[in-house]
Design a protein around this ligand. Structure first.
Ligand code: SF4
Length: 272
């Protein structure tokens, strides 16, 4: 049930930081099919060479007129939302769920308060993360804040591939993923098939790693979309489907997303 208690009242009751606390949220999009918000956090602790945010900081599904309008904005000068501004969006949109992604949400110190805010309005929250900073302490804190679900994007299990792509070791990601299984939050994983780097064989290794923890953890395989200045081409739908077949040798629940999968419903740019 939705409690219409303002964020100010909540903060006061808990003795937490001011409603004017500024988050790192710079972009919010509404997907009306499924009544869901996608929330973009600024910044990341990885430097993935194929990161789609290098080609555009905006959601790739927003209407063309919004893309034109936003193209004049300087992302560095853009004001990120305060908690009370975020609350107004939650109230106005009455969504059922919110995906906290980015960028990397765990780089935002206000993330626990963001989750508490959504929880107060009965919104199911999903954290989409690279998992690097999601250690036992932060996992426990976010679970206590009311986080419902975590999706870890595992770029590679082969250390050399992971370092080459992200600039960081995968040691913490894999360790944190194992710990997450012990929490009560729902856990799933995703990865990106990148022809010439993260091939079908590497995706199968990722699936085998996940299966070594629990075969029932869902995995989604996304086809890579080429961006300027990165050396890899886009994955074809048939390559993605082949990778799904390999992953299914290990896991019970494997899905995929590629360029021919249509988006259902309307996509509305809520902020900025
Ligand atoms: S972890 Fe995600 S947001 Fe961060 S650089 Fe990699 S692809 Fe981009």
């Amino acid at each position: 049930m939705r409690q219409r208690k303002g964020v100010g009242e909540l903060m006061e009751a808990s003795g937490r930081t001011s409603v004017n606390e500024r988050t790192k949220i710079y972009h919010v999009v509404l997907f009306d099919y499924g009544s869901s918000l996608y929330v973009f956090f600024k910044g990341c602790n990885f430097a993935c060479r194929g990161c789609i945010l290098k080609s555009t900081p905006w959601d790739c599904h927003i209407p063309k007129e919004d893309v034109r309008r936003l193209s004049s904005l300087d992302i560095e000068l853009l004001r990120t939302l305060t908690l009370s501004e975020l609350e107004r969006i939650v109230v106005a949109t009455s969504v059922k769920s919110a995906v906290l992604g980015g960028g990397e949400p765990t780089v935002d110190p206000s993330l626990p308060r963001v989750i508490e805010l959504f929880k107060d309005y009965g919104v199911h929250t999903v954290l989409l993360t690279n998992g690097h900073a999601l250690d036992e302490k932060l996992t426990t804190r976010l679970e206590a804040a009311g986080l419902n679900e975590v999706c870890v994007s595992i770029k590679a299990v082969t250390e050399e591939i992971h370092e080459r792509y992200t600039g960081k070791s995968n040691r913490k990601v894999l360790r944190n993923f194992k710990f997450l299984r012990r929490s009560k939050m729902e856990l799933r994983a995703e990865t990106v098939l990148i022809p010439g780097l993260v091939e079908r064989g590497e995706v199968e290794k990722i699936a085998a790693f996940i299966a070594s923890i629990d075969k029932s953890i869902p995995l989604r395989i996304d086809g890579y979309t080429a961006i300027p200045h990165a050396e890899w081409r886009s994955a074809t739908p048939s390559e993605v489907l082949d990778a799904v077949k390999s992953a299914k040798k290990h896991l019970k629940n494997v899905s995929c997303l590629h360029c021919e999968v249509p988006i259902k419903g309307n996509v509305v740019c809520v902020y900025p």
